[in-house]
Design a protein around this ligand. Structure first.
Ligand SMILES: [Zn+2]
Length: 382
């Protein structure tokens, strides 16, 4: 998502927060401060409820992050590339750069998150009982019980058996293990996800119409989101299936036009880009070898007044950041490494010699694998 704010790293994984997380932070704070806590522990000033509510909501966001971290740690141990963790309106996302290699790994990565949420639920319940025994104020005990309940709900809800929920991944791992066909298993899990999503939308609508308010509406939103995600995942699986057996050499454009990096942007545009139909050029270094990639978008981004003094190599993407492959490699393996930073392009080398380029027009779409975790509820039911 474009509006993500990078918040550094957690256990080595890039941690991003989308501004939309403020929506859930507000909803949970409001639900705690306005409804749950005043009922649990009456008699405090309003400000105390809001402070306790905010503290509870922040700790819950930390709980979601712990859930995502569990997925990521198990994935890393199983040799799956983890791109990062994100918090947003509907909960958490663990983004992966590759898939699990066995059903067993697939199951472990999926189950780690809900298992962590269930453990957190038990821990918060223990804390609540302990605090209560020591005579700590009811409002603090109330927050601990709420955290126990919401983590339990988070763990159980995400175990519902439909992709892209964790339960859908568990289902995929089971079908994969049973039939030995990962594509068929993934399709089964996305279809289950669609059915599940329609069920949630219907249930949410009934709740909403029956006067349960925000809780029902939230479920409709979640159902709609899951439906979109399940459909996207199904399309990816089908694309991948269609691409199976295709090699890089089958789709690449051969003999790409290259240009020297020491030219200024002005000269490069005049000599290489004008009258040409390509949208990206491998950049030659001083020794004639390829040491980067320049796109039209990058050339255009250089302000006109600086084009006569800026050299192409200074704005080009260094080769180390450009996905590369050999012609005989399977295309699906390369797809996982394509990135928006290079506009989905990759350079193809044979024995160290540039032989081709792959652009987004060469392939239908890139593969983007994400594990979504969805908040069971973010609104109080009246
Ligand atoms: Zn999860």
């Amino acid at each position: 998502m474009g509006d993500d704010i990078q918040l550094g790293r957690l256990a080595g994984f890039p941690l991003r927060v989308n501004w939309s997380v403020l929506v859930v932070l507000w909803l949970f704070t409001w639900s705690l401060a306005g409804h749950t806590l005043p009922v649990d522990a009456p008699g405090h000033p309003t400000a105390t409820y809001w402070l306790a509510g905010l503290a509870g909501a922040v700790v819950f966001l930390g709980s979601i992050l712990t859930h995502e971290l569990a997925h990521a740690l198990v994935a890393r141990r199983s040799g799956v590339e983890v791109k990062g963790l994100t918090l947003w309106m509907f909960g958490g996302i663990a983004s992966f750069g590759s898939e699990a290699k066995t059903p067993r790994d697939d199951f472990r990565i999926a189950a780690a998150g809900p298992a962590t949420s269930l453990i957190l639920a038990a821990v918060f319940a223990g804390v609540a009982i302990g605090l209560d025994a020591f005579g700590v104020a009811h409002i603090v005990v109330g927050v601990a019980w709420w955290l126990a309940g919401i983590n339990l709900l988070l763990g159980l809800f995400n175990l519902l058996p439909g992709a892209p929920l964790d339960g859908g991944r568990v289902l995929r791992a089971y079908l994969w293990h049973r039939h030995g066909d990962v594509t068929r298993a993934a399709l089964g899990a996305t279809r289950a996800g669609r059915v599940l999503a329609f069920g949630l939308i219907a249930l949410g609508l009934v709740e909403f119409l029956a006067g349960y308010g925000l809780g029902g509406l939230w479920m409709v939103f979640i159902g709609w989101f899951l439906l979109t995600a399940a459909r996207a995942e199904e399309a990816q699986v089908l694309t991948r299936q269609a691409l199976a057996g295709i090699r890089v050499a089958d789709v690449m454009s051969t003999d790409p036009h290259t240009g020297p990096g020491w030219l200024t942007v002005d000269a490069f545009i005049e000599r290489y880009v004008l009258g040409d139909r390509h949208s990206a050029y491998p950049v030659e270094g001083p020794d004639g070898g390829i040491d980067g990639l320049i796109t039209l978008a990058q050339l255009r981004a250089v302000p006109s007044v600086e084009r006569a003094t800026t050299r192409v190599r200074d704005v080009a993407i260094p080769l180390a950041d450009v996905p590369t492959a050999t012609p005989d490699q399977p295309l699906t393996g390369l797809l996982e490494h394509l990135s928006p930073d290079t506009g989905g392009r990759a350079l193809i080398f044979d024995d160290g010699r540039l032989v081709g380029i792959i652009t987004p027009t060469d392939i239908a779409r890139t593969i983007d694998i994400r594990g979504f975790d969805v908040l069971p509820s973010a609104g109080h039911r009246h």
